[in-house]
Design a protein around this ligand. Sequence first.
Ligand SMILES: Nc1ncnc2c1ncn2[C@@H]1O[C@H](COP(=O)(O)OP(=O)(O)OP(=O)(O)O)[C@@H](O)[C@H]1O
Length: 256
Amino acid sequence: MAGAALELWQVAKRFQGVVAVDCVSLAAAPGRVTGLIGPNGSGKTTTMNMITGLYPTDAGHIRLDGVDIARLAPHRVAALGVARTFQNIRLLAGESTLHNVMLGAHRHQSARLLDVLLGLPAVKRSEARETARCEALIDLVGISHLRDSAVGGLSYGDRRRVEIARALATRPRLLLLDEPAAGMNFAEKRALADLVVAIRDMGITVLLIEHDIEFVAQVSDHIVVLNFGREIAAGPPEEVRRMPSVIEAYLGTEDA
Ligand SMILES: Nc1ncnc2c1ncn2[C@@H]1O[C@H](COP(=O)(O)OP(=O)(O)OP(=O)(O)O)[C@@H](O)[C@H]1O
């Protein structure tokens, strides 16, 4: 699978006079992990919401493999191979892990309604293939023992894994992770870091929003730092961590 190249150029967003994103330009290279960091309220989630089509941009371009997606509806952006997880986990609590992950896969089942109603063998084969693919993803994220468990009863970290597996089930070329390590303990974060690297090694481009600077530095090939809706620094993790502007804006705060 070839990861998509994401490019933002002078992107801006205001909410009734509040400047959420002032002027952000960034590039996420294909098949690499780009970390997007910054203090609370610096515009990270708003940027992600513009990339996925949830918010239309007020200015600038967002290009996916050169195609401007800035004003496309969320389902059209998703159809181009963009998947995401949310800061506040969004899953069907009463349904099993497998059922939740299968929801991500359904976009790829092309069977006609009549064929499904007739239960044709080709439809059953396609369903079996998709089930096997989703089971493999559940295994990849490390929760195969929770395949049939209702997700409402799972730990926070495991629910995050279900969300990532569901996003992967859509066969993304670009995966956006919004604070995936939030609320995780040390061991869970270490396993998550391995998972993010495994996803990158599958060829998928990853854009990662995260507060935990150690975690971001560990998994990112490139880091972009926002403050007050503007990009204040960008570069390799070790370089960015040493920049005085970053230390002042981010690492010096209680979020670091
Ligand atoms: N829907 C909205 N309506 C009004 N203001 C908003 C909306 N969404 C975000 N904002 C404002 O835009 C600014 C940027 O918010 P955003 O959530 O993008 O920041 P963030 O960097 O993701 O913060 P956090 O790390 O706390 O999640 C904040 O001042 C926020 O209050």
